[in-house]
Unconditional design. Structure first.
Lengths: 122, 379
């Protein structure tokens, strides 16, 4: 059973147990255009909600990715090193950035659910 | 990811066409311009492989007129170091508008038209962000000698760029068989009067088409109706010019930067390097004779991480020794590419350099420019 939440900055976090998988939404990848590089965090790094945790780069610009919740990075998507285009072609399943061990599940309550996110991007 | 704040922006005559083509509009130099349509990488690659149409109507088209070619060219040469007197009818030349310190006020192209009745007229294209400033300099310094006419609100400029540009334009006129790189001539395309130059900002063969505003959309739509042609935006224009080794004003040089360290000595006529007679001449002649402290270089980086404007170049101790002025991931070359200013002793081809991006080192090598081969056509 997983539950996906969204930030107003277009990150998603797919929650399973006390772990979350973080990436950017399909809307966000469309806005960014062709992703050429993703600067992912190191496994073991700790972040507070709202910290800059990764950077996604298109030809045109670099965009910061913020931690949707506080926690510790437990995995990063190694496939992005060779195939950053996964963020465009498959942002939700194979184009994720990192997995985070969630410190406080209560922080998820402040995020957008799918309907609220859809309203946000309309 | 801010959207286009289009309220106070000027629009080119192609504005509605861009919207119809799905252009994503952004503010650039005071104009609403398409940064991309389908995507920057697609548009970049299409330009290298086929042909793309760019709207560059924001650039500043100007005509200056004097009694005869010699009078007009000599007047401009008092502000610009290019050999303009030596321009033959139909030829174009890249040169610079300089200040008294030898700093670059703008880079530009001067064309001497060949058509009947144009003797004494030179056409100039300035950068969008500098055109008002440049014209005020021309009026102040040369207003008593030359008639200066701007076409900022009356003429559009389209750039058809890529290896198929000549095939496409050949369907309308015979200029692709007649015009060599950096030459220009008048033509009629679909019944529209167009001034065609074989030039561009992509490193590919291509043409720039100056056309009256009221005919611009019709001309653009006709060109894009060719199978080989797709519209392309400013994003691709930037990655193409970077791979082609071409400077962007305000980034790779500015009014504090001299042409020699910028690697633009080719914009100074050979005779004029000796004779001078342009603003900052003595300073620039001294730089030519004694060498410069730092130079603009091209750097090709390992990996995929783009190294962008503002990144420091550091020595082995991590001390900053230079700065990146333009950089991106080069879609054709498949690597990050950048221009940077570095100490002259670090500017030799093959020198290994390190840039710092978000605290991480990016290793690169000084690389001969252009990064991708220039495909200009000289007949």
């Amino acid at each position: 059973m997983s539950d996906t939440k969204y930030t107003e900055d277009h990150e998603y976090i797919r929650v399973e147990g006390n772990q979350g998988t973080v990436g950017i939404t399909d809307y966000a990848q469309g806005q960014l255009g062709d992703v050429v590089f993703v600067d992912v965090p190191e496994v073991g790094a700790k972040f507070s909600k709202g910290d800059e945790v990764a950077v996604v780069e298109s030809v045109k610009a670099a965009s910061e990715i913020y931690a949707p919740v506080s926690g510790t990075v437990v995995a990063v998507n190694e496939s992005l090193a060779d195939e950053p285009g996964l963020v465009n072609s498959d942002p939700v399943v194979n184009g994720w950035f990192f997995k985070i061990e969630i410190d406080d599940a209560g922080e998820l309550e402040g995020l957008l659910d799918e309907n609220a996110y859809k309203a946000h991007i309309d | 990811m801010a959207g286009a704040e289009s309220q106070d922006l000027l629009q080119t005559p192609l504005h509605d066409t861009h919207i119809a083509w799905g252009g994503r509009m952004v503010g650039f130099a005071g104009y609403a311009m398409p940064v991309q349509y389908k995507g920057i990488v697609d548009e970049h690659n299409h330009t290298r492989n086929q042909a793309s149409l760019f709207d560059v109507s924001h650039m500043g088209q100007v005509a200056v007129k004097g009694a005869d070619h010699d009078t007009t060219a000599r007047a401009l040469e008092s502000l610009m170091p290019g050999d303009l007197v030596g321009l033959k009818p139909g030829e174009m030349r890249y040169t610079l508008l300089l200040n008294d310190n030898g700093g670059i006020e703008d880079d530009l192209i001067v064309t001497r038209p060949s058509e009947a009745g144009t003797d004494g007229t030179l056409l100039i294209v300035f950068n969008a962000g500098r055109k008002d400033h440049d014209v005020s300099i021309l009026r102040e310094k040369l207003g008593d000698k030359l008639e200066i006419e701007t076409y900022f609100d009356s003429k559009a400029l389209l750039a058809l760029q890529g290896p198929k540009a000549k095939d496409v334009l050949s369907r309308y006129c015979d200029l692709p068989q007649k015009l060599s790189f950096m030459n220009a001539a008048a033509a009629t395309i679909d019944g529209i009067d167009v001034y065609v130059s074989r030039a561009g900002y992509t490193g590919e063969d291509g043409f720039e088409l100056s056309v009256a505003n009221e005919n611009a959309a019709k001309l653009a739509e006709s060109l894009v109706s060719n199978d080989e042609v797709e519209p392309a935006g400013l994003g691709a224009r930037d990655s193409l010019r970077l791979e082609a080794g071409l400077c962007l004003y305000g980034h790779d040089m500015d009014d504090q930067r001299d042409p020699i360290s910028a690697g633009l000595i080719f914009a100074i006529g050979k005779g004029r390097r000796v004779e001078g007679g342009f603003p900052g001449a003595s300073k620039i002649q001294k730089l030519i004779a004694d060498g410069v402290a730092e130079k603009r270089v091209g750097i090709l980086f390992e990996g995929r991480m783009p190294v962008r404007e503002g990144a420091d170049i550091v020595d082995e101790n991590g001390t900053p020794i230079g700065k990146v002025t333009s950089g991106t991931f080069g879609p054709t070359i498949g690597s990050p590419v950048a221009f940077a200013y570095v100490p002259a002793e670090k500017a030799k081809i093959g020198t290994e350099l390190t840039a710092i991006v978000r605290g991480k080192p990016a290793k690169g090598t000084v690389t001969k420019l252009p990064f991708t081969p220039a495909n200009y056509v000289r007949l």
